[in-house]
Unconditional design. Sequence first.
Length: 281
Amino acid sequence: TKMLFNDQIMERGNLIDIEDRGYQFGDGIYEVIGVYDGKPLMMDEHLERLERSAREVQLKLPDSISVLKRNLEELVAANQLNEGIIYMQVSRGAAQRWHEFPGLDVTPVTVAYTREEERMTEVENQGANAVLTEDIRWLRCDIKTLNLLPNVMAKQKAVENNAVEAILHRGDTVTEASASNVFIVKDGELYTHPANNFILNGITRRKIIQLCDELNIKVNEETFTVNELLSADEVFVTATKSDIIPILKIDDQTIGTGSPGDITKKVLQEFRSLYQHGVKN
Ligand code: PMP
């Protein structure tokens, strides 16, 4: 398959310097964009978020967003990707290893590749379990950086317990999950952690808030506690490509009726209509 290396589409290969700052420090930013029926979903929103992440870590993107967009579209076409994801990252570049930013002569390194992935229709329809774990991350979770070790450890705990996700809490407050945002339903209204420094403001999360507004389902961007999570009527997690996954059980606690709730199903159906034109299921 082909990859994007800076602004060239080329055969995938080992082109990364051992002193690339992404590799050594996790000093870089990334995005994952879903591709449905050969079309990237909400690419502009993802690239806008990349721009914001770049600004927050003072990384100067080497290419304009419009060039990046064209390159990524070209990559999808070159790989004839129909269903899957685009992964892209920009590291601060390769330089002798000193913690501080390198000089202006060092240009950030952009890489992107695609991966075929089936749609997760079955787990989205049937739901899955989650575990709870303490959120041990730093205080700028709003930036989509390459530093993912706490997320990796949390997801590993989930997998070891046959769960799809690890839901994170800072003390009593539920923040998000290892690689997704968390919503709960209580008395017909949705609650999700506000978009501040404690969570990544998911593109899927934002779209769901917008769709719920159109559906007249109230969304409260307010924090909720671990107890409120466990006693919610419905819980679901949201992320690129896995869309919306109903959570049926958290640790040993069954959520609601133990099957996907009506509001969750409604939101999922509405979200699917973004890429399934004509067919709704
Ligand atoms: N939170 C975290 C920590 C994530 O890594 C992700 C992305 N997988 C999300 C939330 C969901 O964001 P998005 O909907 O933009 O994929």
